[in-house]
Design a binder for this molecule. Structure first.
Ligand code: HEM
Length: 499
């Protein structure tokens, strides 16, 4: 009996030491890691949000710290100097092989966003960037289409507020226009704003973005947990949305295969299919149908939620800062007038508005932790050893909220980017779209959309608190990106006489 008990205790100890995650030599400091759960309980106790936890790791252990996300070792990078190094250095440009990103048939990720720093990613990113630029990303050729979309949005808003005494839900107003613009470039089609299929897909995408939790790290280590109630909820929701979006994209590709004329490409999908055909005899080609599906979904997912949340946050801050709103409107009236929809070119004369838009992105930081990076080789950072295959969490929020850079980061103060003469100057630390090899692929389109939609909305309506309701909260809903909490506003049309 005693021998059996001793054997049992010895086995438990042996298992504990076998499963306990090991901190490599000269690895950055951090909390201990336990078998299976790693440092997750410690991180959960640090703060109720993942981003808050990552910032506190910086406060507790310095700019480069470490933790175990389940059994995976991770470094957490806080503050401008360390963040800049990680984003610019090639050996930090990989992506972790998360199970929800890996194609089960091939055992590696497809698309762009979750593909590690390999030949597939390099070829696909180069091709995609070039072709999206040809189709107008960030250029005036696309501007006309965005303005048409805005015209529809304004008419729809006019109709909505007529029926509701001026009150409108703002937080979810921009998903369809933004996705329409993306989809027009990708697949040559714009949807009606009340299209049920598109609305349903958007709702699912937005919901799945809210599903980032520490628990998903455990599912990654122990895939059987996806079948265990209590663990599986957010993960399964994410996978369901993925399947739903996949179906939407597959249908569009089938339709393109049936209707395309190779000599007259209509959009990105036509371009890509032509490239696939050129490469059919190349056994190591990276252009194939599943890759096109994954790539299109990445653009859809990365572009729609982030841009529409940014616009909604922008208007939320305008409700809270009516003085800033009025100054923006005054500048719009001076540069654009009251009747014409703003053009992207106008921004070069709109220094105050540019400062407001940048300050909104800083204070709201909707992608606070970028997409996780991964080390491609053994390396060092700030004197610590970082082995190959280490997860890298880059905290952009720690840069956006750094007192040493901004002085009063918690205050919404667009003037911080204006010279004495009122000229807008963008500091190098304003990096909402990331930097280096993995920087956002859609930055030029996102900036254009953000500027045009935001300025057109405040040119047309004054945004105010709904009478009888409290001010909308700036505390975001957590997730893979941050979203404003659902909120409505009172929209008062500004017309020639009532500006
Ligand atoms: C305001 C809107 C947006 C913000 C704040 C934003 C921000 C970011 C950030 C921070 C990253 C990660 C950088 C890193 O991992 O270091 C990223 C990646 C990415 N974004 Fe955006 N983004 C926005 C809009 C868009 C749009 C409109 C598109 C599509 C057209 C897009 C496509 C992508 C893609 C494909 C990646 C992955 C790039 C790669 O891994 O190579 N984003 N974005």
């Amino acid at each position: 009996m005693w021998l059996q008990l001793a054997l049992l205790v010895a086995s438990v100890f042996a298992l504990y030491f076998f499963l306990k995650p090991r901190r490599p030599k000269n690895f950055p400091p951090g909390p201990p890691g336990y078998p299976i759960i790693g440092s997750i309980p410690y991180l959960m106790k640090l703060d109720s949000t993942i981003t808050g936890g990552m910032t506190k790791m910086g406060e507790n252990f310095g700019p480069v710290s470490s933790a175990f996300m389940g059994k995976n070792r991770a470094i957490i990078v806080n503050g401008w100097d360390a963040v800049k190094q990680v984003l610019f250095r090639e050996e930090f440009s990989g992506r972790p092989p998360f199970i929800f990103t890996v194609d089960p048939k091939r055992n590696y990720a497809l698309g762009l966003m979750f593909v590690t720093y390999n030949e597939l990613w390099k070829t696909q990113r180069r091709f995609t960037l070039r072709r999206l630029r040809d189709w107008g990303f960030g250029k005036t050729t696309l501007e006309g289409m965005i303005q048409e979309e805005i015209q529809d949005l304004l008419e729809e808003t006019d109709n909505k507020i007529k029926l509701s005494n001026g009150i409108m839900s703002v937080s979810d107003a921009f998903g369809i226009p933004v996705i329409n613009i993306l989809w027009a470039v990708m697949a040559g089609k714009r949807y009606k704003h009340d299209d049920e299929k598109l609305k349903e897909m958007l709702r699912r995408i937005f919901e799945s973005f809210r599903s980032q939790t520490y628990v998903n790290n455990l599912i990654n280590d122990y895939p059987f947990l996806q079948h265990v109630p209590g663990f599986s909820g957010s993960f399964n929701q994410f996978m369901k949305t993925k399947a739903h979006t996949e179906e939407f994209v597959e249908e569009a590709i089938d339709e393109h295969l049936k209707t395309r004329d190779p000599l007259n490409p209509r959009d990105f999908l036509d371009d890509y299919i032509t490239e696939m055909e050129k490469e059919t005899k190349n056994p190591s080609t990276t252009f194939f149908r599943e890759q096109l599906v994954a790539l299109t979904m990445d653009i859809f997912n990365a572009g729609a939620e982030s841009t529409s949340n940014t616009i909604a946050f922008g208007l939320l801050y305008m409700i809270l800062h009516p003085d800033v709103q009025e100054k923006v409107v005054q500048e719009i009236h001076e540069v654009v007038g009251k009747d014409r929809i703003p053009s992207y070119e106008d921004r070069t004369s709109m220094h105050y508005t540019e400062a407001v838009l940048l300050e909104l992105m800083r204070i709201a930081t909707i992608t606070p932790l970028t997409v996780p990076h991964y080390t491609m080789e053994d390396t060092t950072l700030n004197g610590f050893n970082i082995p190959k295959d280490t997860l890298v969490i880059t905290n952009l929020d720690s840069v956006n909220m750094d007192k040493a850079i901004w002085g009063d980061p918690e205050n919404f103060r667009p003037e911080r980017y204006l010279t004495k003469e009122g000229k807008f100057v963008k500091p190098e630390q304003a990096v909402q779209f990331g930097l280096g090899k993995r920087a956002c692929l859609g930055e030029s389109l996102a900036r254009m959309n953000y500027f045009l939609v935001f300025t057109s909305m405040v040119q047309r309506y004054r945004f105010a608190v709904v009478p009888g309701e409290g001010k909308p909260s700036t505390v975001p809903v957590q997730g893979f990106t941050l979203a404003p909490q659902p909120f409505s506003a009172l929209l008062i049309p500004r017309n020639q006489n009532n500006s």
